[in-house]
Design a protein around this ligand. Structure first.
Ligand SMILES: [Zn+2]
Length: 445
């Protein structure tokens, strides 16, 4: 029964998708460009070890509500494209504010449902040896276009869509394994399939492939306060990365469940990489010191999800406020700053979220003291918005509703303020999301 209830929750929440949170469609040089709603994406990846090439085939069904050129994204130009079974071509464009870039089809499509088939290469964060391949879909919210679109054709963060991924490793006898945050099955040796939950967006997916004997592993079952048993799988290159890890994860999950509510994902996959971290939905690649921060993101960032770079500050602010000990402050430490309210096309999080943002949350905690504090508010929001989106506007509305106060002026000053850019050296380089070089990313494979 519980399983049924959970499944129903997961399915019901996927209906929120659609285009409610997409940026505005735009015209450029006499052409209309429209944001679309992915219905489903089916990906097949073949890693050919012998020729050291990784290729994908993507079949995407999407709906557009207005005629125009449909917007999606993938870093590398696809090798071939078919729209509704006819050959077509893909081109790059930028948004009207020159915030970011997208891909589109070089033809105007009528409103309706369309099928897009693309083939292409994956060349990022991939390493071949003579008989093995390592591939990781590493991501970042601090760099433009750094989600799934680095590897596969995808939509922007505002869209939830059903994804399945079939993976084959050929040209080698060496056995490979993978780690993900989807429902996994093995079709044969070096042939796998993953179905991801329907509430996933382009920033949710976790996927890591390597040879079978590369990692040490451990697993346990976490007893959630919901009564559900959550399978937890942890892996690392180093035995020392796993020493005492079960207890550490257990303690953090207990803390998060007590503060915010039951774990919201089918399982939990943790890669103790020694560096970093990045959050995914019910998964993380992380250093031991960032573990608590990254698991908090399975609640805020990949549980309740941002729709774009203007809402990304919320989850970094909440997670950093939690890291600093759920503080309470009468006023934020700064006089004014801009963390949100940038171009509607912005896709990256303002780094001031870790510092100014966390301080603002401590201020909200102080203000909300008579009503049970910020954790009470966040846990209620989590209960109603799990697997759904939040924006700064939604956050303010819910906050005002919860407290019976009007926080509009505080947001105008501290979140939509005038000071753009970084002021605090701490926010330049978050200890939880350090800047990685290309070599760093490869070393994590
Ligand atoms: Zn973070």
């Amino acid at each position: 029964m519980l399983k049924f209830i959970l499944t129903s929750i997961f399915l019901a929440s996927s209906a929120f998708a659609a285009l409610d949170h997409a940026p505005s469609n735009f015209n450029k040089d006499g052409e209309s460009y429209v944001f679309v709603d992915f219905q489903s994406a089916s990906y097949k990846i073949v890693y050919d070890v012998e020729s050291a090439v990784a290729g994908y085939k993507a079949i995407i069904e999407f709906e557009q509500t207005h005629p125009g050129r449909p917007i999606f994204d993938v870093h590398m130009m696809p090798l071939s494209a078919h729209l509704n079974d006819k050959s077509t071509s893909v081109i790059s464009i930028s948004d009207p504010d020159n915030e970011t870039r997208y891909k589109t089809i070089d033809e105007v499509l009528p409103a309706g449902v369309h099928k897009l088939e693309l083939t292409g290469r994956i060349e990022k964060n991939i390493k071949f040896s003579s008989d093995t391949v390592r591939s990781g879909f590493w991501m970042s919210d601090l760099t433009d276009r750094h989600y799934l679109e680095q590897y596969l054709p995808s939509n922007l963060e505002y869209d939830q869509f059903a994804m399945e991924l079939e993976v084959k490793v050929i040209g080698t006898d060496y056995e490979h394994q993978f780690f993900s945050n989807g429902s996994e099955s093995t079709i044969g040796k070096n042939h796998f399939k993953i179905i991801f939950p329907e509430y996933f967006t382009t920033s949710s997916v976790y996927f890591h492939l390597a040879e079978i004997d590369r990692f040490k592993k451990t697993s346990f079952e976490f007893n959630s306060i919901s009564g559900r048993t959550v399978p937890v799988r942890i892996y690392s290159k180093y035995s020392r990365g796993l020493r005492g890890i079960t207890k550490k994860v257990q303690t953090i999950l207990d803390e998060l469940e007590e503060k915010f509510g039951p774990w919201g994902h089918p399982g939990l996959t943790i890669y103790i990489s020694g560096m970093g971290g990045m959050e995914h939905s019910g998964a993380t690649i992380t250093s031991l010191s960032a573990l608590g921060h990254e698991l908090t993101h399975s609640y805020f960032a990949r549980g309740i999800m941002p729709v774009n770079g203007n809402s990304g500050w919320l989850d970094e602010a909440v997670a950093s406020w939690r890291d600093k000990g759920y503080k309470s402050k009468r006023t934020p430490f700064y006089s004014s700053a801009k963390l949100s309210g940038y171009s509607i096309y912005r896709r990256i999080t303002d780094r001031k979220a870790y510092t100014e943002g966390a301080s603002f949350m401590a201020y909200l905690n102080y203000e909300l003291h008579p009503y049970g504090g910020l954790t009470k508010f966040l846990s209620q929001l989590y209960e109603t918005h799990l697997h759904d989106f939040w924006t700064t506007k939604i956050f303010i509305e819910k906050l005002n509703e919860f407290s019976g106060q009007d926080f509009t002026q505080s947001f105008d000053r501290y979140i939509f303020g005038q000071r753009i850019g970084e002021s605090n050296p701490e926010s330049e380089h978050s200890e939880y999301h350090p800047s990685f070089s290309e070599q760093d990313y490869l070393d994590l494979l």
